[in-house]
Design a protein around this ligand. Structure first.
Ligand SMILES: O=C(O)CCC(=O)C(=O)O
Length: 284
């Protein structure tokens, strides 16, 4: 459970750090699962429904950048997402009625691990209010060198930043980001970061020889209903489930303006979308 000062910190700064949330035994079990899941996949031949490989490696390369929906597919990850210990914390942030939204694991392998550019999570899946949290579990020690998460504190209370250019959603902030405000969140394996869905965040390429595997879960209050915005919104909601309390009988609206992501092409992931946006910027 969060202490009162931790809760106050979350609401004021837009994130809360929880060191030692996972025990060494839990971390070891999740890492062992990752080894099993990763086995046998190469860039040339892999299960595209379950994972995404790092580009820029040889066809035999085995470096994975993302696992999709581990809490749907693998029991230990599912159990963590349903655990009372975690949901008690989420309830403190969002109230008693809770929807699990999605899960993923960003693998950030040594020397290659892809960059994640500045974005606010709510830009990807508009909701009727802001009661949604992304929870990042460091499964390895995370430092500036291996690309720990960085956030812009206190920006979650403002309006949504622009994530568009040419009328299309680009999956990254397209206005100027004041990087002097960026705060790297380093932490030992087992540290968990609870991050408000409006907190701008990013992470750089892993330049070290240590991987930085991070499990990410997202939850929302049951009355934070998704705004329909085309085919991408239904795929974003494919893994929803009620994990505590009850479904809400009504949506709660807190926003007078909700930007809608309009996609130029169908994309597989944030990485792909941000890569396309970078390529378009370079072409001018
Ligand atoms: O893995 C990271 O460093 C950030 C992840 C993230 O923001 C995302 O995958 O949406």
């Amino acid at each position: 459970m969060f202490t009162a000062p931790q809760l106050e910190h979350y609401h004021r700064e837009g994130y809360a750090l929880y060191p030692g949330f996972l025990s060494p035994a839990e971390i070891a079990a999740l890492r062992a699962d990752l080894d099993t899941i990763a086995a046998g996949n190469t860039l040339a031949s892999h299960d595209k429904s379950r994972l995404e490989m790092e580009p820029g490696q040889s066809p035999e390369g085995r470096l994975i950048r993302r696992l999709y929906e581990p809490c749907t597919h693998y029991p230990n990850f599912r159990a963590l997402s349903d655990s009372a210990r975690l949901l008690d914390c989420v309830e403190q942030l969002l109230g008693p009625d809770l929807i699990f939204h999605y899960s993923k694991i960003n693998m950030k392998p040594p020397r290659i691990g892809s960059v994640v550019e500045w974005h606010q999570d709510l830009s990807y899946y508009p909701l009727t209010n802001r009661d949604s949290v992304s929870i990042l579990f460091y499964l390895d020690d995370a430092s500036v060198e291996n690309g720990c998460l960085q956030v812009i504190p206190r920006r979650h209370l403002g309006p949504m930043m622009d994530h568009t250019s040419g009328g299309f959603f680009r999956g990254k902030v397209t206005e100027k980001v004041d990087e002097s405000q960026a705060l790297p969140l380093e932490g030992k394996a087992g540290t968990v970061i609870f991050m408000h869905c409006m907190t701008p965040h990013s992470s750089v390429t892993n330049t070290s020889d240590q991987s930085r595997r991070t499990l990410i879960l997202s939850y929302r209050a049951a009355d934070a209903y998704p705004i329909y915005c085309g085919v991408m919104s239904s795929s974003a909601d494919a893994h929803l489930r009620l994990v505590r309390g009850q479904y809400a009988a009504a949506a709660r609206f807190t926003e007078s303006r909700i930007p809608i992501p309009r996609y130029e092409t169908k994309i597989a992931s944030l990485y792909e979308l941000q890569e396309q946006a970078r390529a378009a910027e370079h072409r001018g």
